[in-house]
Design a protein around this ligand. Structure first.
Ligand code: ZN
Ligand code: MN
Length: 483
């Protein structure tokens, strides 16, 4: 049996740009509100109430469908999806479905992702509009450790988009890049602020070598998606290696513990008892609406990548990484316009900045505050003036991101290449005195300089910047030659 990894995703995104919930006037912003204060009879599912659709949700869904190249249905049909769980006040969720003659808001579609310079097409299966559930809060953080559970319905009824892919991913990395790109598309469209806690949640199903499919729920970020899937691959392969069988099951990702654990048995499809919601008649999606939304679509990541690659001369790869995050890309463009040197700025952001954020799990917004345009510009200037070497520049980026250090303070503390340079001048003098033959060789043959550079590097135990050493030696040789 091969061990080919097959992964598919089901992503839930809150339409955070809407002011109110999907079927009532309660605020869509439930965060930081005291429990059960952002509720009304409709989202509590009390008897006798009727849902009224927030029609802006349709416009947002149509925009997403257009951006993902999906086929938009002629009408919106809402269904009731039944299951019994404390966070679901009506005991059914108003959702959409793509079987039994029912239609979701859109079907099909594709997103092209860049995986290490190669493009890959990910197929979209469907896009649904549905309502979010409430939240179950465990006083001791875990189910088993708690004597009781608390229910907060503030989130119940918030508008969600459910975006389902075909099982087109072959590695955790690919799944992560897709989720980053999807988030970026939603940010560019002004559908969702995916950086808000709980605004974007992914469920992943994974099967290895054609064995049973395991579903992992409750994944809150692209970074966690990659981690959860990598964990799951190791777990499953270990079971296989020791002669066990993979069970078809649903598991939960526990971020704090970095592992997946078994969770409640999931309903079988037939148990959901899907049927059209009699409270919500089908609503046509008119050509006019689609055209209006299409004509006002903003610049999306793919066209933005092409534009910035050309406009700033930073190459396709850098551009493709920057557009995976709208705020990062905004930060790049703003900084590059303010202080120039887009190549250096893109390389700092992609190769250094992102790496430290990922390593220390720092949110991008915090990272941008710490490595602000102002600080980034100062670093670029210090580098251009030769006050800091590329090695020090990278160190400053690390200190800014992890410890919120200001480059100015570090330079004031004397941690600069100039400090090193005086030391280097002294070492060069030593090397010249110790190797008179090499010096006269170098005066005749520029290639012989390398020997002298090598001697300086040896004396500094490789800590010096070879570019600067080279410059000092060349300058010194010119002085010697003119004597
Ligand atoms: Zn309400
Ligand atoms: Mn759903």
């Amino acid at each position: 049996m091969s061990d080919e990894v097959v992964i598919g995703l089901e992503v839930h995104v809150q339409i955070t740009s809407l002011r109110t919930k999907l079927f009532c006037g309660c605020s869509s912003n439930y965060r930081d509100r005291p429990p059960n204060t952002n509720v009304c009879p409709v989202c509590l599912g009390l008897p006798g109430v009727l849902p009224v659709l927030n029609e802006k949700a349709i416009e947002k869904a149509v925009a997403v469908a257009l951006a993902l190249n999906s086929k938009i249905s002629e009408k919106i049909v809402f269904v009731r999806k039944h299951y019994f769980y404390p966070d679901l006040p009506k005991n059914y969720q108003i959702s959409q479905y793509d079987r039994y003659g029912l239609v979701p808001v859109a079907t099909g579609g594709r997103v092209v992702i860049d995986v290490g310079g190669l493009s890959k097409t990910v197929r979209i299966r469907r896009i649904n509009i549905e309502e979010d559930t409430g939240r179950i809060v465990y006083p001791e953080k875990t189910v088993l450790g708690s004597k009781y559970a608390l229910i907060d319905y503030n989130r119940a009824g918030v508008a969600l988009l459910e975006i389902v892919t075909e099982p087109d991913f072959r590695s955790p990395r690919e799944a992560r890049i897709f989720l980053e790109k999807l988030a970026s598309i939603l940010e560019h469209l002004d559908v969702a602020d995916t950086s808000l806690e709980g605004a974007m949640r992914a469920d992943a199903n994974i099967s290895i070598g054609g064995r049973a499919r395991v579903e992992i729920k409750n994944i809150g970020s692209p970074r966690d998606l990659e981690k959860a899937l990598s964990y799951e691959i190791t777990r499953q392969l270990n079971i296989v290696k020791s002669g066990g069988t993979i069970e078809r099951e649903t598991r939960h990702w526990i971020k704090e513990r970095g592992m997946t654990v078994p969770s409640r048995a999931k309903e079988l499809e037939g148990e959901y008892r899907y049927f059209p919601d009699p409270d919500l008649p089908p609503i046509p999606i008119s050509k006019e609406l689609i055209e209006r939304v299409a004509s006002s679509l903003p610049e999306l990541p793919d066209s933005r990548a092409k534009r910035i690659a050309k406009e700033y001369g930073i190459g396709d790869y850098m551009a493709s990484v920057l557009v995976l995050n709208k705020r990062l890309c905004d930060h790049f463009e703003h900084t590059a316009r303010t202080c120039g040197n887009p190549k250096l700025i893109s390389s700092i952001l992609v190769n250094e900045f992102l790496r430290w954020l990922d390593e220390a799990d720092i949110p991008l917004s915090t990272g941008i505050l710490r490595l602000s345009a102002d600080r980034l510009c100062k670093l670029v200037q210090y580098f251009e003036k030769g006050i800091v070497s590329i090695k020090l520049l990278k160190e400053y980026v690390r200190l800014a991101v992890l410890e919120d250090k200001d480059p100015d303070d570090l330079v004031r503390q004397g941690i600069t290449t100039i400090g090193e340079e005086e030391e280097l001048e002294r070492i060069v003098t030593e090397v010249f005195e110790e190797n008179p033959k090499a010096v006269s060789d170098a005066l005749r043959d520029p290639k012989a300089i390398n020997f002298l550079v090598g001697q300086v590097m040896r004396k500094t135990k490789g800590r010096a910047d070879p570019k600067i050493v080279n410059e000092i030696i060349r300058k010194r040789l010119v002085e010697y030659g003119s004597k």
